[in-house]
Design a protein around this ligand. Sequence first.
Ligand SMILES: C[S@@+](CC[C@H](N)C(=O)[O-])C[C@H]1O[C@@H](n2cnc3c(N)ncnc32)[C@H](O)[C@@H]1O
Length: 240
Amino acid sequence: MEKSNLPYDVLADFYDRLISGYPYEKALEKVSSVVGRKGIDLGTGSGKFAIYLCEKGHAVVGVDSSSKMLEKARENARLAGVKTVFVQSDVMKLDFTKVDFVTAMCDVVNYLSGIKDFEKLSKKVFSALSDGGRFIFDISSEYKLKGMVGEQFFEDREDLTYLWCNYQQKNQLVMNIAYFIPCGEENYIRRDEIHKMSIYSVDELVGVLEKVGFTVKTYGEKLDKLKDDSKRVFFFCDKK
Ligand SMILES: C[S@@+](CC[C@H](N)C(=O)[O-])C[C@H]1O[C@@H](n2cnc3c(N)ncnc32)[C@H](O)[C@@H]1O
């Protein structure tokens, strides 16, 4: 394997084109309709949620650890004509300001190192929220990630070819991805990334959230009823 880059250093250039199967339209509308005015979008990525929420009149700061993803987010905000503020930080090191809502959409919580960090983050979010505030996030489910253990995947596209191998290490799914980026007529540049996704059961996350003080509702992958084989789980947590 080649020397690894930081997660999203390479993927950032392809993220918006590669991501499929995530119910953005439904989730954007739902989140926007249930949150207050001022919020923070953790792991904002290319800014989809932060930008949409700003377009709908919310005041949002997007936070991400990846400078490459933030470059995309700033470019997307410029194209959308909105003035979203983006900040580079690890969410675990962020100093939260008082807000009405915090979002962490599409696997950001899977990227935490595990349940201890999730508890620390949930406590920080709880204290940052105003009364009646909301913490909304979604994860790739235990069912989905365990089903991906040992899988190998490749895709050969015009703009990118990639190989992707998964294995489980303790409570994480480790994904080794080798990207081959076309360079001139006959050559490719190879760049590698390792992504580590923590695997959580719904019960353990709900347990932590309730201990912290949240009232929690969970939904399945299309924001519908949560089932044992739901691949995505949405958490809507209220500070009452
Ligand atoms: C799958 S992307 C989701 C992006 C965006 N929320 C969306 O819905 O499209 C996960 C993002 O979380 C960011 N991320 C992961 N761990 C992080 C951390 N500890 N602090 C800040 N950002 C993090 C990654 O850099 C990446 O941009």
